[in-house]
Design a protein around this ligand. Structure first.
Ligand code: 3H9
Length: 712
C-alpha cells in the first residue's frame, strides 16, 4: 500500500492532470516520442493507460509524425500491470491494455518500443504490440506473471511464441525469468541492441520508416507456430508439472500456448484472457500477491532513521561450507572478500570447494565463465586477522559454540577498524552473549544465511539488545546488494525461522507414534509444496544432530515438555540418516526406500507409551504439521521477535522452502482459520506439553472473532 507515497503529488490534481504528467509526448523531428514517467516502476496504472491512449491518438493523427517511439522515464521501461490497482475501480478505467495494443497494431506508422531497465509482464506485452523492440545492453525483458500465480493476460502467450518459437516461449513464460538484452536479441524477443535512448531508438525508427509501410504486427506472424507436433505439449506438461510443485499457472500457460497453435488468433486471445481471469480469482494468486508485497515490506523497519553504511569490502571467518558460501555471496555481488580460518589447510580446503562450486555453475551453464572468474578473483585468503582490519563487515561462520564465537569476537574487537560491522552467522546462539565479548556491542549483529548460502535467498538479520540503528540499517540494505530477501528478527532462541521449525519436525514424530508413516508424512508435505518432507530432511541433516540440539535445549524447557523417543531410538540403533545409509528411510545411494526396521522401532515406541495407533487422512496430517508453525509464529509477533506476520512468511518461503503459492505459514493460517489454529494449539498442549499451547495474541484474535494478523 505504501506505493501511494510515490504519488503524493497526485493529491489535489484532477485525473486528467495526473495522466498528462504520467505520460509525456515529445517530438524529435518527424518521430514522436511517448515517455511513460510514473513512479516507482512506470506500471500500467489507470493514469498511465489514459496518458498512453491520448498520446497514441495524437501521434496517429499528426501528419508530421512518421514513426512513434515508446520509452520509459526514470530508471525503467514499463514493469507491468499495476499490481496495487488490480481488483480496484482504477483497473477498470479505459482504455485497457488490450485496447492500447489494438491501437498500436493498427497504427499506420512504424512503432518502436525503446527499452531500458526492465520491460516486464504487461510492459513487455505492450512492446509486443509494437512493430519493433529495441533495448540498451543492460535492459532485461520477461513475462514474470507466473510468479504472481498469473499468466500474461494481454497476449503474451500468443505473441511471444510467434517471435521465439514454442519451446523458448514455454520456458520463458512458465519460469518467469528475466532475459538479458543480448539473450533476448538472440531469441528474437527484441530486434536490436542500441547504445543510447531515446536517440538510438529514434534513429532505428527513422530507418524503418524510410523502408515504407510498417511490417505485419506480431500477432499476424504465424510461421513459428504452424504444424507443431502435439507431442511437444505432452512433454512440456510432464516437465513443467514436475517442477511446479502444485502451482496451477505453469500448466495453464502451456494450455494457452497450445491454443495459439490450434485456434485463430482472436479465439486464442479470448481463451488466454478467460484463463487469466480464472487464475486472478484463485487462492494461489492471492497468496503470491501477498507474498510479493511481503518481501518488499520486510525490508522496511518502522522507526529506523539511520542511513546505512557503505559496504565495499568484507571478511568471513570460517572456511567451511557455510563460510565459503557466504564468501561467494559477497564475491557474486562484486564485493571483495577475505576468507579466513585457523589453519592454512582449512583455508585451502575452503577455497578449493569454492572453486569447485564455480566450476559446477559454469559447467551447468548457470554462470558465464567470465563472471565466475571475476567472482573468484575477488576472494582472498588469509589466516591472519590483521589482514581483515579494514573490512567494512566481517561475518563469523565458525563452529556453533558460544565460547568459540566469543573468542573470535574478542579478537575481532581488537583488530577491526572503528565502525566495522561485526556479524555472526549463528543460527542458535545469543547475539547479546556474543556481543558481550566486545567493547562495541552496538556494532554486533546477527546475519544468518541458509545453507547453501550462495543459493538460498533468505538473509535473517538479528538485532541484539544493544545493536545500533546504524548497524541494523546497514545489514538490512546489505540484503538488497547481495540479492537476498531480508527479514529482521529480535534476538531469541532460534530467531524467526528455526524457533518455529522444531514444532514442525516435533509434530511429525508425534504423528509417527500415532500411526502415520514416514512415507505418508513426507508425501503430504511435498504435495503441500514443500521441497522435501520432514523425515527426509532429518535424514539429510543427521538424526544425531537432531538429538544433540534437542538435548541442549531440554534444560531450558518446561518440565511438562514431551519429546518423542523415536529419534533417539533410531540413533541408538546406528540409524543416523543418509550418512549411515539408514535413518527414517533406507538408502541406496541417493535413492530412499521405506524401511520395515524403522516401522518396527516406531511401533515398539508406541506400544511402550501405550499409544493406540490409527490411520490418518492426508488432510489431517497436513493440518497437524503446519498448524503448530502458525501458533509459534503468532507468539513471535506477540513478543516482538518478528516485526510482522508477513516477515515470517518471507523467512519460511526463502529459508525453508514453504510454498510461496500458499503465501507463507502465517498467510496459510489465515486461510484455514485462526480459530482452528487456536483449537489445535489447545489440543497440542494437552498431548505435547504447555509450550505447544496458544499465546495471548492468538487467543485474543480468536475470542474477538478476528480473521487476520492485521487486526492484531
Ligand atoms: C501483469 O503485467 C499482468 C499482465 O499480463 C496484464 C494482464 C491483463 N505494480 O521490487 P522493487 C513497486 S502482472 C505496482 O522494490 P526493484 C513495488 O511494490 C505484473 N507496483 O524494486 C515497490 O514499491 P515500494 C507483471 C509495483 O528495483 C517499488 O515498485 N510484472 C510493480 O528491486 C519498487 O519495486 C511484474 O510481476 C507493479 N507491477 O525491482 C513485475 N512492480 O517501494 C514485478 C513493482 O512501495 N516487479 N512495484 O515497496 C518486479 O519484478 C520488480 O519490482 C522490478 C523492480 C524488477 C520491476
Amino acid at each position: 500500500g505504501e506505493t501511494r507515497l510515490y504519488h503524493a503529488l497526485d493529491a489535489g490534481r484532477t485525473f486528467a492532470e495526473i495522466a498528462m504528467s504520467a505520460v509525456r509526448y515529445e517530438m524529435d523531428g518527424d518521430v514522436g516520442i511517448v515517455i511513460v514517467d510514473y513512479q516507482p516502476v512506470n506500471a500500467l496504472s489507470a493514469a498511465v493507460r489514459t496518458g498512453l491512449g491520448s498520446a497514441f491518438t495524437k501521434a496517429r493523427d499528426d501528419k508530421n509524425v512518421k514513426a512513434l517511439v515508446i520509452t520509459g522515464g526514470g530508471r525503467t521501461f514499463i514493469a507491468g500491470a499495476d499490481i496495487t490497482e488490480m481488483g480496484t475501480e482504477k483497473s477498470k478505467v479505459k482504455p485497457d491494455l488490450h485496447e492500447l495494443q489494438k491501437m498500436l497494431e493498427e497504427f499506420p506508422k512504424v512503432t518502436v518500443a525503446a527499452i531500458h531497465g526492465t520491460a516486464l509482464g504487461g510492459g513487455y506485452e505492450l512492446a509486443l504490440a509494437c512493430h519493433y523492440r529495441v533495448a540498451v545492453k543492460s535492459a532485461k525483458v520477461g513475462l514474470p506473471e507466473v510468479s504472481l500465480g498469473l499468466l500474461p493476460g494481454a497476449g503474451g502467450t500468443q505473441r511471444l511464441p510467434r517471435l521465439v518459437g514454442i519451446d523458448a516461449a514455454i520456458d520463458i513464460i512458465t519460469s518467469g525469468r528475466h532475459i538479458s538484452a543480448s539473450k533476448a536479441l538472440d531469441l528474437g524477443m527484441i530486434d536490436a541492441v542500441v547504445d543510447d535512448l531515446p536517440g538510438g531508438a529514434v534513429a532505428f525508427a527513422r530507418d524503418m520508416a524510410a523502408g515504407g509501410q510498417p511490417p505485419l504486427p506480431v500477432i499476424a506472424r504465424n510461421d513459428k507456430i504452424v504444424s507443431i507436433d502435439p507431442a511437444v505439449f505432452v512433454e512440456a506438461r510432464r516437465k513443467v508439472a514436475a517442477k511446479a510443485r502444485g502451482k496451477n499457472a505453469p500448466l495453464v500457460i502451456i494450455d494457452c500456448i497450445e491454443k495459439a497453435c490450434n485456434a485463430p488468433a482472436e479465439e486464442a486471445l479470448a481463451f488466454e484472457l478467460a484463463e487469466f481471469r480464472k487464475l486472478y480469482a484463485s487462492d494461489q494468486s492471492a497468496a503470491l500477491m501477498h507474498y510479493f508485497f511481503a518481501e518488499r515490506e520486510a525490508r522496511r523497519v518502522p522507526g529506523l532513521s539511520a542511513e546505512p553504511n557503505d559496504i565495499a569490502s568484507a571478511a568471513v571467518i570460517g572456511a567451511g561450507t557455510m563460510g565459503g558460501g557466504i564468501a561467494m555471496v559477497f564475491a557474486n555481488a562484486g564485493i571483495p572478500v577475505y576468507l579466513t580460518d585457523v589453519s592454512n589447510e582449512a583455508v585451502e580446503r575452503g577455497i578449493a570447494l569454492i572453486r569447485k562450486n564455480y566450476e559446477t555453475s559454469v559447467a551447468r551453464g548457470s554462470m558465464p565463465r567470465a563472471a565466475a572468474d571475476r567472482a573468484l578473483a575477488l576472494i582472498s585468503t588469509t589466516t591472519d586477522y590483521a589482514d581483515l582490519a579494514d573490512a567494512d563487515i566481517v561475518i563469523e561462520a565458525a563452529f556453533e559454540r558460544l565460547d568459540i564465537k566469543q573468542d573470535i569476537f574478542a579478537r575481532l574487537d581488537k583488530v577491526m577498524k572503528p565502525g566495522a560491522i561485526l556479524a555472526s552467522n549463528t543460527s542458535t546462539l545469543s547475539i547479546d552473549a556474543i556481543a558481550d565479548a566486545t567493547k562495541r556491542p552496538e556494532d554486533v549483529v546477527g546475519v544468518h544465511f541458509f545453507s547453501p548460502a550462495n543459493v538460498m535467498k533468505l538473509q535473517e538479520n538479528i538485532r541484539g539488545a544493544r545493536t545500533s540503528d546504524q548497524t541494523v540499517a546497514t545489514v538490512m540494505a546489505l540484503g538488497k546488494t547481495l540479492g537476498k530477501n531480508v527479514v529482521l528478527a529480535r534476538n531469541c532462541d532460534g530467531f524467526i525461522g528455526n524457533r518455529m521449525l522444531q514444532y514442525y519436525t516435533g509434530e511429525a514424530e508425534f504423528l509417527l507414534e500415532q500411526g502415520a508413516t514416514p512415507e505418508q508424512i513426507d508425501r503430504v508435505a511435498m504435495a503441500f509444496g514443500m521441497p522435501m518432507g520432514p523425515m527426509a530432511m532429518r535424514d539429510m541433516s543427521g538424526l544425531d544432530v537432531g538429538v544433540l540440539v534437542r538435548e541442549a535445549r531440554r534444560a531450558s524447557l518446561p518440565p511438562d515438555e514431551r519429546f518423542s523417543p523415536i529419534l533417539a531410538r533410531l540413533v541408538d540403533g546406528g540409524r543416523l540418516g543418509m550418512k549411515t545409509g539408514k535413518g527414517f528411510y533406507r538408502y541406496e545411494g541417493r535413492d530412499k526406500f521405506p524401511d520395515p526396521e524403522t516401522a518396527a522401532i516406531i511401533e515398539d515406541v508406541a506400544r511402550e507409551l501405550g499409544i493406540e495407533r490409527r490411520e490418518f487422512s492426508d488432510e489431517e496430517i497436513e493440518f497437524r504439521l503446519f498448524a503448530p508453525l502458525v501458533n509459534e509464529g503468532a507468539k513471535e509477533i506477540e513478543d516482538g521477535t518478528a516485526l510482522r506476520a508477513s516477515d515470517i512468511d518471507v523467512a519460511w518461503v526463502n529459508g525453508y522452502g514453504f510454498p510461496a503459492h500458499k503465501g507463507g505459514p502465517m498467510f496459510w493460517g489465515e486461510q484455514v482459520g485462526l480459530d482452528r489454529i487456536y483449537a489445535a494449539a489447545l489440543e497440542a498442549a494437552k498431548r505435547n506439553g504447555s509450550r505447544w499451547g496458544p499465546g495471548k495474541l492468538l487467543e485474543r484474535l480468536t475470542n474477538e472473532g478476528k480473521g487476520g494478523w492485521r487486526d492484531a
